[in-house]
Design a protein around this ligand. Structure first.
Ligand SMILES: CC(C)(COP(=O)(O)OP(=O)(O)OC[C@H]1O[C@@H](n2cnc3c(N)ncnc32)[C@H](O)[C@@H]1OP(=O)(O)O)[C@@H](O)C(=O)NCCC(=O)NCCS
Length: 208
């Protein structure tokens, strides 16, 4: 089992690994992957998850791989640490409460012949967790943890060139736009490439 005490704390948020034995974690993954607002923008790279047991299988596979390799890849569950400040003009946010699950941050290094040599971060938030800076805060906390605790500074962010919300997160986190590329590890889709400052201008050194 992944260390149950592992947690990355951000100002308003908590990041943990998913626990595949926890039904509520599995159910949240199903909810997220089936949410219309997620399906609308994910370009088919994260198809809907059928049910709790299908989610459990995915999360167990990720956990096993982490235990085997000792690496940090996979999905991080993002929960609210405390209620957001009262916000009368955003009624849905009044539903927020301690421990509410609002999204995930991902860290991936795809394996295989066409793999890149630097991991990529991603973020997927339910509608109710958007528009408050949570995605930026959660991803920033993971980046800080990776740099300070794991020495992993180099990171990519990939997104659909039309995905303004995703670009916004990358910009706020200080990523630099490095053009458009065919992303071999995503089945050859064309995507915008963002990299952290200081990374080589020639992306081919990373296999991009
Ligand atoms: C991409 C995604 C995570 C961005 O969510 P988001 O909430 O817009 O991003 P942030 O957390 O950075 O929040 C920024 C917004 O919160 C607002 N905000 C409100 N309070 C804030 C606060 N205290 N701090 C920071 N920002 C705050 C900002 O002004 C900004 O609003 P704007 O976009 O209207 O300018 C979300 O759209 C999503 O899940 N999309 C579907 C999945 C997806 O496409 N993922 C990317 C794949 S590459």
């Amino acid at each position: 089992m992944t260390d149950p005490n592992f947690e990355i704390e951000a100002q308003r948020l908590s990041l943990t690994f998913f626990d595949p034995s926890n039904d509520s974690h599995c159910d949240f993954l199903v909810e997220l992957y089936n949410a219309p607002e997620i399906l609308a923008t994910n370009g088919g790279i994260a198809p809907p998850i059928g049910d709790r047991e299908a989610a459990r299988k995915i999360l167990t596979g990720e956990q096993d791989e982490r235990l085997r390799s000792g690496d940090m890849y996979g999905k991080y569950l993002v929960t609210l640490k405390s209620p957001p400040p009262s916000d009368n003009d955003t009624p849905s946010l009044a539903l927020h409460q301690y421990g509410e699950k609002i999204g995930i941050v991902t860290l991936n290094l795809r394996k295989g012949q066409n793999s890149f040599t630097v991991p990529e971060i991603g973020y997927w938030f339910l509608k109710k967790g958007r528009g408050r800076g949570y995605a930026t805060e959660a991803t920033g906390a993971l980046m800080k943890y990776l740099e300070e605790e794991k020495g992993q500074r180099e990171l990519f962010g990939f997104c659909n060139p039309d995905n303004k919300a995703s670009k916004g997160v990358l910009k706020r986190l200080g990523f630099e736009a490095r053009g458009i590329a065919t992303l071999k590890t995503f089945g050859g889709i064309v995507g915008a490439v963002w990299a952290r400052p200081g990374m080589n201008e020639d992306l081919s050194v990373y296999g991009v």
